[in-house]
Design a protein around this ligand. Structure first.
Ligand code: 5AD
Ligand code: SF4
Length: 402
């Protein structure tokens, strides 16, 4: 979501004749887009802002914007008090209002629409935000507090944004929302939105991020089964494999329900790859709870899992990290080892099969199941091709064009 916001911010600058540069000393303006989902992210933002003091001393006329979730949480008063060289603080809830800040600091846009580029993904992939905020209340999560409750964009706004990005050269779209499959606007459900986007000319592949296990329905299963352009990959955060911890986290499902959902999804879309997120060291997590998570890694057959140490985001009772740092670290290591072992098995299962690859260069692309795929030559950037997989190594599949 922050990457998507950064793309939009870059586009707002381009509309004023600015270019993105990777060289700080060339920059006339700097935007620090911050995250606060874990304490480490917030700490990084703070030290990044601190390092910009030197740039600002050399460029007193340069403009420094601090935006995003940590800006929302820490507030303008705190940030400007600590770093008096910040020009503007724009919180995550007001990211759309960033353009107003730009006008205040830099004057109105020159002319015309900004073209679509890409800072984070390959040029043929574009993010399309379909909802902002989150209305769930997972106990560990700060997102609802900083981004506010879920607000869905109208299908018209989504389709316009998607069509503009396709017209500018994107081949693959990623629909974004904190619980993206809970999307609903008037009578338009998530499945209906998917079908509308899938009909847009120029689209080769559609992804979305992140769905929540609670919001899958039969209508979605049907779209998944019937629409080959819908990617054969889902990032479906599990967070834990222990029913007790899932309950404490207020995730709204049990490990059994999660596994049933995986089975339903894989029935609808054979070959579907699933990746996930886990948190270790949640307050009260016992060795037994943790082993349930390790078992879920085996049973879930994930292609990839992002694993995080629990980071307290509130002072409410029961939310303090009560497992020692060393134990949490040890569990993280064990979890990472299990994930690595299992994802290698999942990767190797692809050998001898055909992956549908959207090429980014003549030798590299991403498959529908979201694996990195390499061939020796012959891929066409921006085009889909079948690749017969001959080998697998380090999260990458190797094969030949068919
Ligand atoms: N501590 C650790 N990990 C967290 N996540 C969200 N909040 C926390 C927290 N307080 C993780 C979840 C989520 C991912 C984006 O970040 O796994 O899916
Ligand atoms: Fe946070 Fe995601 Fe839970 Fe919403 S669904 S509260 S964003 S973890």
């Amino acid at each position: 979501m922050n990457e998507a916001d950064s793309e939009d911010i870059a586009a707002a600058f381009r509309a004023r004749g600015y270019e993105v540069t990777s060289e700080l000393k060339k920059a006339d303006a700097v935007v620090v887009n911050t995250c606060t989902v874990r304490q480490k992210a917030e700490d990084k933002a703070i030290s990044q802002i601190g390092r910009l003091r030197v740039w600002k001393e050399r460029r007193p006329d340069g403009k420094l914007f601090v935006v995003g979730c940590a800006a929302q949480k820490l507030g303008e008063k705190y940030l400007k008090g600590r770093f008096d060289f910040i020009n503007e603080v724009v919180g995550a809830r007001a990211i759309e209002k960033f353009k107003d800040s730009l006008i205040r600091q830099l004057g109105p846009a020159t002319e015309g629409e900004a073209e679509h580029r890409n800072l984070f993904r390959s040029p043929q992939t574009a993010y399309v935000t379909v909802m902002r905020g989150c209305s769930l209340k997972c106990s560990y999560c700060i997102v609802p507090a900083v981004r506010g409750p879920a607000v869905c964009l109208s299908p018209k706004a989504v389709l316009e944004d998607a069509a503009a990005k396709l017209a500018a050269g994107a081949k693959e779209l990623v629909l974004l929302g904190q619980t993206v499959n809970s999307y609903r606007h008037g009578r338009t459900t998530f499945s209906e939105l998917l079908k509308k986007v899938l009909r847009l000319p120029g689209l080769e592949r559609l992804r979305f991020m992140s769905p929540h296990p609670l919001y899958y329905d039969e209508a979605f299963m049907k779209v998944l089964a019937e629409e080959p352009k819908l990617a054969r990959h889902m990032h479906l955060p599990a967070q834990s494999g222990s029913d007790r911890i899932l309950k404490a986290m207020r995730r709204g499902y049990t490990r059994g329900q999660y596994l049933d959902l995986l089975a339903r999804l894989r029935r609808a879309a054979p070959g579907l790859a699933v990746s996930t997120d886990f948190i270790v060291g949640y307050p009260g997590e016992t060795e037994e709870d943790f082993r349930d998570t390790l078992r879920l890694v085996e049973e879930g057959r994930f292609s990839l899992a992002y694993c995080f140490k629990y980071s307290p985001r509130s002072d409410r009772p029961g939310m303090k990290a009560d497992i020692s740092g060393a134990e949490t670290e040890a569990r993280l290591e064990r979890l990472l080892a299990a994930v690595k072992k299992n994802s290698r098995v999942v990767l190797e299962e692809r050998i001898g099969k055909i992956e549908e690859v959207l090429f980014e260069t003549d030798t590299y692309g991403r498959s529908s199941a979201n694996f990195a795929v390499r061939v020796e030559a012959g891929g066409t950037p921006g085009k889909l091709s079948g690749v017969l997989v001959a080998g697998a190594e380090k999260n990458t599949l190797y094969g030949k064009l068919i």
